[in-house]
Design a binder for this molecule. Structure first.
Ligand SMILES: [Zn+2]
Ligand SMILES: [Zn+2]
Length: 460
């Protein structure tokens, strides 16, 4: 039989034989999209309730581990799931199988509750390729509008400092978000230092001549700002050598490192107390200088600075572990964790080391997660309650033919997608992206787009 004649052999239902599988593909795809909507609902809820937050860095990391999809796809699902929470029309169209996940994914990159309706119409009318091109154009208008807004805000930055009638100095200002964040962080750090200083004085039993007053948050902020200004002048506004700038110095009594329950102190340079477990984590992989103190606390001997894990061993560790070993983590760099801490006599050898990222190093030291090396050399992780954390979870049971189950579930939910549910309204016209955005985008100011011809040449 000639292939060409297949198209013309119509069956009793009026569907040709070759059309039938096509029909089935379209129908099943619509069912899958409807099921994807349900899946995204579940992910959104799981994410919001923090169901993934038992040792995983994020909902996407959990999803990648549990479901076995790559991190890019996992992040995208979580993003789309979150976005659809505020976009009921798009969510609904996906749930009815009217818009494919591909289109919804593209549209959620730009849609807001205000523009959702218009973008839904774009999704219904165009092919996936049209939708992708419109979204790309839309983003360009968004980015331009955003940079205009950022420039406007940056221009309005100001700090006014003037003296009031009663002699007090008044400060009033506007800072951009990032500078504001730095300032707030610095104020918080200065408040903490002042708090620790005050507590240290109390603990020292030095009698105060003035009764301690509890100061308000605003007063504490004022004191913190004073400390910031003093420190800035003291440091001649020089942030120091790059290598030393972000160094954290911890002073730990040796018995505390060996046994967190032991009496002794672990304090940050500057006096902030840290928990014994935190000091153990920081010491796990660090530069260390051993100092010996006499009974009065005077330093009598200072050893040479050494790395806890020598460079050659660290390279071997990187080569063996290739990143964090915590189940489901894909961070490709990390710190060397001593499975048995060196302060407790654990050797600094490959078999006693495991690479962990910063997040999971904290999980193991401060959050009660446990890691051991089995006799066969494999690592075994346990949750704080002692239950093992499997490296790869078992797959759920799936019926032999999942399609009828999927169909039945959608029908039970009142959804009846069919082969034409997701058909675009496009009749084959050429798409003029520039014109479409000018008409649709609320912030489009016209002529932000190359003409049709230019765009076509860029695309090809
Ligand atoms: Zn460690
Ligand atoms: Zn990790």
């Amino acid at each position: 039989m000639e292939i060409g004649t297949l198209h013309t052999v119509a069956t009793a239902e009026g569907i040709s034989e070759l059309d039938r599988p096509g029909h089935e593909i379209a129908e099943l795809s619509a069912h899958l999209d409807a099921a994807t909507a349900r899946l995204l609902d579940l992910i959104r809820e799981f994410d919001a309730r923090g169901g993934w937050n038992n040792g995983f860095r994020s909902c996407a990391h959990w999803l990648s581990w549990r479901v076995g999809i790559d991190m890019g796809a996992a992040r995208e699902r979580v993003r789309v799931a979150r976005a659809l929470g505020a976009l009921p029309r798009l969510a609904d169209a996906l749930a009815r199988g009217e818009l494919s996940y591909t289109k919804v994914r593209a549209l959620t990159r730009v849609a807001t509750p205000e523009t959702e309706e218009r973008l839904l119409a774009v999704g219904r009318a165009g092919t996936a390729c049209h939708v992708e091109r419109i979204v790309r154009g839309w983003r360009r208008v968004d980015v331009l509008a955003e940079s205009r807004e950022t420039a406007r805000l940056h221009k309005s930055r100001a700090v006014h400092v003037y003296q009031d009638e009663d002699g007090m100095v008044v400060i009033r200002g506007r800072l951009t978000l990032d500078v504001g964040a730095v300032l707030m962080q610095a104020l918080a750090a200065a408040r903490e230092t002042l708090y620790q200083r005050a507590r240290g004085t109390d603990a020292g039993g030095i009698p105060r001549d003035v009764p301690a007053e509890t100061s308000s948050m605003e007063q504490q902020q004022a004191d913190a700002l004073a400390l910031l200004a003093e420190s800035a002048l003291h440091q001649s506004l020089d942030p120091g050598a790059p290598g030393e700038r972000h160094q954290v110095v911890v002073h730990v009594d040796a018995p505390v490192l060996a046994d967190p329950e032991a009496p002794g102190q672990s304090v940050l340079e500057g006096g902030t107390h840290v928990s014994a477990e935190t000091s153990r984590r920081l010491a796990c992989d660090a530069n260390r200088v051993v100092m010996r103190h006499d009974t009065d606390g005077r330093t009598v001997e200072v050893g040479a600075r050494t790395r806890t894990i020598p460079p050659a061993l660290r390279r071997a560790l990187h080569h063996r572990d290739r990143g964090c070993r915590f189940p489901g983590c894909d961070v490709s760099f990390g710190q060397g964790h001593h499975i048995r801490h060196w302060a407790q006599g654990g050797p600094t050898t490959l078999s006693n080391l495991a690479m962990l990222c910063r997040r999971h190093h904290r999980a193991v030291h401060e959050e009660g997660y446990q890691v051991e090396r089995e006799p066969d050399g494999e690592l075994r992780f346990r949750r704080p309650d002692g239950r093992p954390l499997p490296a790869v979870p078992p797959s759920p049971a799936i019926p032999d033919d999942p399609v009828p189950a999927l169909r039945a579930r959608n029908e039970a939910a009142g959804l009846h997608p069919h082969a034409r549910t997701a058909m675009p309204g496009w009749l084959g016209e050429r798409l003029d992206v520039g014109w479409a955005i000018d008409v649709l985008h609320p912030l489009a100011v016209g002529h932000q787009f190359p003409s049709q011809q230019e765009e076509e040449t860029h695309v090809t």
